[in-house]
Design a binder for this molecule. Structure first.
Ligand code: HEC
Ligand code: HEC
Length: 209
């Protein structure tokens, strides 16, 4: 059988999104494992700007799983100069086996989603037209699109969105040919040529709550 990489990755992502069919993930067991994450991401997964750690509460489980794997496998957090990714990588490597990871993600899914406060100033109206292209993969309302691999953006810390767009532009994300999903996002980030274009689109995403 021949699959294009994208189809194969979508297939794998679909499997990952329903990991443990038949094996109930144990959120209660995941709770104790989350204690270490809380130090940076907050007790409720609300994010912590002082620790540079994004919000996890409300993010789709399939995306959290994919990012933990990406950090663990070195597709993310290994580029020279990626200070914050380098802080996260050892945490992902310490999560443990598939069951431990599934339990942890199941616990994160129980944390109450809350909208992060807006901290970025930009022209949301200008950002709205720029967002039209993003909507294809991230959803009209920034709700995410699992089929196309685009994570939820609505409600995420806006400073984190700005930093990730910059990371894609600088090659600190989407740098590994095996990072099929990151490689799709990288050219999209490049379309936001100026800092103003980035803050405008993020100011618009801030309104998608
Ligand atoms: C030492 C602080 C620290 C700890 C502890 C930590 N993280 Fe992180 N984490 C970060 C930082 C910083 C980032 C952002 C990296 C970047 O900017 O690319 C991050 C990013 C992430 C992301 C990517 C989110 C996204 O939308 O891109 C996930 C998922 C994640 N962490 C999960 C966890 C889990 C689960 C744990 C516990 C096992 C954990 N983290 C422990 C600091 C930490
Ligand atoms: C072709 C589909 C596609 C389009 C169009 C697209 N993205 Fe993405 N984006 C992705 C994928 C896939 C990822 C996840 C990459 C990964 O798994 O590491 C992503 C990740 C991101 C992230 C990182 C979020 C996080 O929590 O880690 C941000 C921010 C982002 N995109 C913003 C945008 C913006 C703004 C636009 C419009 C200018 C855009 N994207 C257009 C596919 C797309």
């Amino acid at each position: 059988m021949k699959f294009t990489p994208v189809v194969t990755m979508t297939f794998v992502a679909t499997l990952l999104a329903m990991p443990h069919v038949g094996v109930a993930a144990d959120a209660a067991a995941g709770k104790s494992a989350y204690a270490v994450c809380a130090a940076c991401h907050g007790q409720q997964g609300e994010g912590n700007v002082a620790m540079n750690a994004p919000k996890l509460a409300g993010q789709e489980s399939w995306y959290i799983e994919r990012q933990l794997s990406a950090f663990r496998d070195g597709l993310r957090g290994t580029a020279p100069g990626d200070t914050f990714g380098a802080q996260m990588r050892p945490m992902a490597m310490a999560v443990g086996d598939a069951t431990a990871q599934a339990n942890l993600i199941a616990y994160i899914a129980t944390l109450p989603p809350s909208d992060a406060p807006a901290t970025i100033t930009g022209d949301a109206a200008a950002g709205k037209s720029a967002y039209a292209v993003c909507a294809a993969c991230h959803g009209q309302n920034g709700e995410g699109n699992q089929q196309l691999g685009g994570p939820k953006l609505a409600g995420q810390e806006d400073w984190y969105l700005v930093r990730q767009i910059a990371n894609f532009k600088k090659g600190l994300r989407g740098y590994d040919p095996k990072d099929t999903w990151g490689m799709q996002m990288k050219p999209m980030a490049a379309t936001l040529a100026t800092d103003k274009a980035v803050s405008d689109v993020v100011a618009y995403i801030d309104t998608l709550k």
